[in-house]
Ligand binder design. Structure first.
Ligand SMILES: O=c1ccn([C@H]2C[C@H](O)[C@@H](COP(=O)(O)O)O2)c(=O)[nH]1
Ligand code: ZN
Length: 167
């Protein structure tokens, strides 16, 4: 899931940066993607608005979803029985791609559009196709990547404070 979120940081979407990471049965990464404009279509020229008088002036008709990019970026012959880790519960269009690609499990973090018709349709399709989905509850809300750590001598690493357990 952290890899999915790291990938999401490349997205230019100002509202929802979504990342996805597909792993095979051996937990090896076979595809990564984030929501962005199609290849050759400048991220800077197409709109990132959510709303406009004309739908063509919003991002929605143009943006490739993270799941689509992760699936199309696959480096293996097929995605049969793979798991996709994704920041946001997949929409109905992504559910179709996930089903057709052979992915058997979805692990998502946010379900912020749970009641949107696209997510309702998505769950319906996934249930019918037997694709399992579950929410990932992270143990930590943040992970720090310390690029200096490689230069710190053995034994001199900063010790993490022990997490305070709730009663
Ligand atoms: O299954 C999905 C659904 C949405 N996305 C992308 C598409 C957009 O770039 C954002 C959603 O933007 P909002 O402003 O939150 O409506 O997320 C995706 O990658 N996968
Ligand atoms: Zn989608």
């Amino acid at each position: 899931m952290a890899i999915a979120f790291l990938s999401a940081m490349r997205s230019k979407d100002p509202n929802s940066q979504v990342g996805a990471c597909v792993v095979n049965k051996e937990k090896k990464i076979v595809g990564i993607g984030y929501n962005g404009m199609p290849n050759g279509c400048s991220d800077d020229d197409l709109p990132w608005n959510r709303e406009a008088d004309n739908i063509l002036d919003t991002k929605y008709p143009y943006v490739c979803h993270a799941e689509m990019n992760a699936i199309l970026n696959k480096n293996s012959a097929d995605l049969k029985d793979c798991t996709i880790y994704v920041a946001l519960f997949p929409c109905n269009e992504c559910a179709k791609l996930i089903i057709q690609s052979g992915i058997k499990e979805i692990v998502y973090l946010s379900d912020k559009y749970h009641n949107d018709y696209k997510m309702v349709a998505s769950r319906q399709l996934l249930d019918m196709a037997g694709v399992k989905y579950r929410q990932h509850i992270p143990q930590h809300s943040q992970i720090l990547i310390d690029f200096d750590s490689i230069n710190i001598p053995v034994g001199k690493h900063h010790k993490e404070p022990k997490s305070v357990s709730s009663p």
